[in-house]
Design a protein around this ligand. Structure first.
Ligand code: SF4
Ligand code: SF4
Length: 364
């Protein structure tokens, strides 16, 4: 299992996380077995925006004895006290639900307390006015909540909240369909969505991806808004190659699903979800380097992804990134313009031209 560091919190999070949308429907023993298999396979990050309140005792039973070795996202605004999931902006309901969840999870700490599901600015205004955000902060001061998270499907709203309050982890809906304006949560333009992710990368806010396969839709040619099926591996690779992303949260129904997830990257590398010959609607999201290095190997020995990342961060004012670039032994100046990467890049970045631009910017 690969782990990525949240620079704000110091937590090292497994790149595959477990979401809780479906586990509430599992038989008790099967659900417990699935969560324990995930933990034993190296997964240490779990999202508790469950589809059903019956999921919570499964976590308590499966992971109560290893609680200090796993990290939970708990959502202030998800009410389970009546069984099924309900969204709420009412402070008393939020606090009642959080207490209810903690008792079933067998814990008294919250690793990431989430400002839950903010897709309208009016919701955020109500969240503050009703005192829900103040409660979250109060619990952080008391040490019950360790870090603050935010979940949203809407880049403009997420960006506004990030402007106003400190957030350590963003949960955002991200997949190849949404980034091409297709599907239920394809909120915001490709530019807005990409800018939000790059901002998180720059500011050290970790991203947990929700809906990496749009709830499984992208895995089926009949259901996919892209009109063709992708593999689970392509969807996860796409999420994990996006700037700022630390982990992709995957819904599982049973231990067999967990087993498949733990082996999703086994075997030879697959083609990325999108290739240069893909349909025109992908053009909106194209031509932006996401540092994935799918274009490697560079015949001049350049770390293309890293060079591009340093460049973007340096232009955004990150002096450490500029310094890091200057320490590289092979820089954009060493690019021969051979065009190999231009042909390989699934995002149609004209990388040979970009290398010339980067060499001009840094003067090396
Ligand atoms: S040029 Fe394309 S393939 Fe290469 S790192 Fe950038 S986005 Fe990835
Ligand atoms: S164009 Fe430059 S960066 Fe791309 S493969 Fe050739 S030498 Fe490497």
């Amino acid at each position: 299992m690969e782990y990525r560091l949240n620079r704000r919190t110091g937590d090292s999070l497994s790149v595959i996380g477990i979401g809780s949308a479906y586990l509430g429907k599992a038989e008790r023993d099967e659900g417990v077995r699935a969560l324990r298999a995930a933990f034993e396979g190296g997964i240490n990050f779990f999202d508790l925006a469950a589809g059903d309140g019956r999921a919570f005792p499964l976590w308590g039973e499966a992971l109560g004895d290893v609680r200090d070795r796993v990290r939970y996202q708990i959502h202030f605004g998800a009410d389970y006290t009546h069984g099924a999931y309900a969204w709420t902006l009412e402070k008393d309901a939020v606090l009642r639900s959080v207490d209810w969840q903690l008792s079933r999870l067998r814990t008294d700490t919250i690793d990431y307390g989430f400002i839950h599901c903010q897709d309208e600015l009016s919701d955020w205004e109500a969240y503050r006015k009703n005192g829900v955000y103040a409660c979250l902060l109060h619990l952080k001061e008391e040490g019950v909540v360790r870090h603050i998270g935010l979940s949203s499907h809407t880049p403009a709203v997420a960006g506004r909240i990030l402007d106003e309050v400190p957030v350590d982890q963003l949960m955002f809906s991200l997949n190849p369909a949404y980034d091409r304006g297709r599907g239920e949560f394809a909120n915001g333009s490709a530019d807005e969505r990409g800018a939000l992710c790059r901002r998180c990368a720059r500011e050290g806010i970790g991203i947990s991806v929700m809906k990496p396969s749009s709830g499984g839709q992208l895995l089926s040619a009949a259901q996919s808004p892209l009109g063709r099926a992708l593999t689970a591996r392509q969807c996860l690779r796409y999420a994990l190659d996006t700037p700022g992303v630390l982990t992709a949260m995957c819904g599982v129904r049973n231990a067999a699903d967990v087993h498949a997830l733990l082996h999703v990257f086994d075997g030879p590398e697959e083609e990325p979800a999108f290739t240069p010959g893909d349909s025109p609607e992908s053009a909106q999201a194209a031509e932006r380097c996401v540092y994935c290095n799918h274009c490697q190997p560079c015949l001049a020995g350049l770390d293309i992804g890293l060079i591009n990342k340093c460049y973007d961060l340096a232009r955004a004012g990150d002096g450490m990134a500029a310094e890091h670039y200057r320490q590289l032994s092979r820089t954009a100046k060493n690019c021969t313009g051979c065009g190999h990467c231009d042909k390989r890049c699934p995002f149609r970045v004209r990388q040979s031209a970009r290398m010339a631009e980067i060499a001009r910017y840094f003067g090396k």
